[in-house]
Design a protein around this ligand. Structure first.
Ligand SMILES: Nc1ncnc2c1ncn2[C@@H]1O[C@H](COP(=O)(O)OP(=O)(O)O)[C@@H](O)[C@H]1O
Ligand SMILES: O=C(CO)[C@@H](O)[C@H](O)COP(=O)(O)O
Length: 462
């Protein structure tokens, strides 16, 4: 049996799946955690990959690919050493730099046209400006800039000539998804210099064999991609599918044939991992809103779910604005969360639990609306990510989104996409292989409950 492996190096941890190359059947999987924080030494990702791969996980694997958290700024010096810990997508210190860069190019519409996205603190380009302003000595040492998946792919192959793909490159802010070219002028505008960037390889190219001590000598490493692009590939998402992922980040995205350029900045006009596009809306507050809610009530995640499911839609008038880590969409990097509408009657654990779930889902319902405003068709909504394992989330989502929600079997769709890309690189076919082993999603249905979004809109407006 031929095997392929996919690595998901996301914010909170590394997950690896090993699948049958021909059918996609899951053979084995493992995970290892990362350390907390929005800046991190890339070695932590590498050690987590090695830890997850321990015990022969990758034995007999013919090809491997990496999909990783988008946007993280990995800076390298002339010798290829990391200059400083990577600043991650959820680090908001470059919010001022984002505003400055937006103005310098002539406003949000100019950026949407040039790079597909309007700068917010998540984009790599804003982190480079922050570096130039706040750590000029480090900025001067920067000879190359990579994204997390580029760095991990280069670590696997041992290559000093790194590669990236259109999907992840489109989250930098110095790449034009519509043309597939870097915008080195925007890189220079941000950093004041033009460090080396990874070559943008085709979606089914091979980056080389694995040449890393401690790992088996796997013959093919695919070019990898960003985690959301990986999830779209793992789900075999088609135009008309809107994927809502509730992980550390909340994302809503769709595969599209044409690029988008949203001057409101809500929809990032990314590319996907197959040669198409991936318009995407990202919130900073998703699965961890649920853990924070459970922590506030001092209950387990299962008890939290049961409480939320016991309360009525609208939580008796309670609304949570879930901006616990600031927010990216809407662009409120310094915001904090709020609990509003409190009365003596509704200040009960079940109403509070439900308000946390509803508030988090309302942010994602706004994200779906923003995609629709960009002309994205919505024939089906798919719910994935750690938060989709919550019964309360899957039951309440159709009430908030106002449409049925398809819930694929709980799994690691980002890692699956990386594995499917690896199988594609092995096959060298024009399109990625179709995998028969992927189960059909179950559908969660419920009547729409407009009161939930009405309350949320009123609380946000206030
Ligand atoms: N049953 C559950 N209910 C609610 N949240 C969950 C559940 N299972 C996992 N999570 C949350 O999902 C998150 C991890 O999701 P995941 O999609 O793997 O994120 P990432 O890819 O960002 O690492 C964690 O914050 C975890 O607490
Ligand atoms: O910034 C974005 C998308 O633009 C995030 O979706 C990151 O890619 C991190 O993803 P997770 O760790 O939540 O999967």
């Amino acid at each position: 049996m031929s095997l392929v492996a996919g690595v998901d190096s996301s914010t909170q941890g590394t997950k690896i799946v090993v699948r049958d190359t021909a059918t996609g059947a899951l053979v084995r999987q493992a995970r290892a955690p990362h350390t907390e924080g929005s800046e991190i030494d890339p070695e932590v990702w590498w050690r987590a990959l090695l830890a997850a791969a321990e015990g022969g996980l990758l034995d007999g694997v013919d090809a491997i690919g990496v999909a990783a958290q988008q946007h993280g700024m990995v800076t390298l010096d002339e010798a290829g050493r990391v200059v400083r810990p990577a600043l991650l997508w959820n680090d908001t210190r470059s919010a001022g730099a984002a505003a400055d860069l937006t103005e310098e190019l002539g406003g949000p519409a100019a950026w949407a046209q040039a790079a597909g996205s309007v700068p917010v603190a998540s984009l790599t380009v804003t982190k480079l400006r922050w570096l130039a302003e706040h750590e000029p000595a480090n900025a001067e040492r920067v000879a190359g800039v990579l994204l997390p998946h580029d760095w991990l792919t280069a670590r696997l192959t041992g290559s000093s000539d790194p590669v990236t793909d259109r999907g992840d490159a489109s989250g930098t802010g110095y790449f034009a998804p519509a043309t597939g070219e870097y915008r080195r002028d925007l890189l220079r505008m941000a950093l004041g210099s033009e460090p080396r960037l990874p070559r943008v390889a085709g979606p089914a190219e091979t980056a080389g064999p694995v040449r890393a001590p401690g790992l088996p000598g796997i013959g093919t490493v695919s070019v990898g991609t960003g985690d959301n692009m990986g999830a779209a590939l793992g789900l075999a998402a088609r135009p008309g599918d809107v994927v809502v992922s509730i992980g550390t980040s909340g994302t809503a995205f769709a595969v599209a044939e044409r690029s988008t350029a949203d001057p409101s900045g809500q929809v990032a006009g990314f590319a996907d991992a197959t040669g198409r596009f991936l318009p995407l809306v990202c919130t900073l507050n998703a699965a961890r809103v649920l853990t924070a809610g459970a922590q506030a009530l001092d209950v387990s995640q299962e008890e939290f779910d049961a409480l939320a499911l016991a309360a009525p839609p609208g939580a008796g008038g309670l609304t949570v604005l879930p901006y616990l880590d600031g927010e990216r969409t809407p662009n409120l990097p310094d915001a904090t969360g709020a609990l509003s509408g409190m009365t003596r009657a509704n200040l009960r654990p079940d109403r509070i639990a439900r308000a946390f779930v509803e508030g988090m889902l309302c942010g994602l319902a706004d994200a779906i609306d923003a995609l629709v405003d960009q002309g994205v068709p919505v024939h089906r909504v798919l719910l994935i990510g750690g938060g989709a394992r919550s019964e309360a989330v899957t039951a309440i989502a159709p009430q908030v989104f106002g449409r049925p929600v398809a819930v694929p079997e709980a799994g690691e769709y980002v890692a699956d996409g990386a594995a499917r890309q690896a199988a594609w690189a092995l096959a060298a076919t024009p399109a990625p292989p179709e995998w028969s082993a992927m189960a059909a999603p179950r559908v969660s249905e419920a009547d729409p409950e407009p009161v939930i979004r009405e309350q949320y809109a009123a609380a946000r407006g206030a």
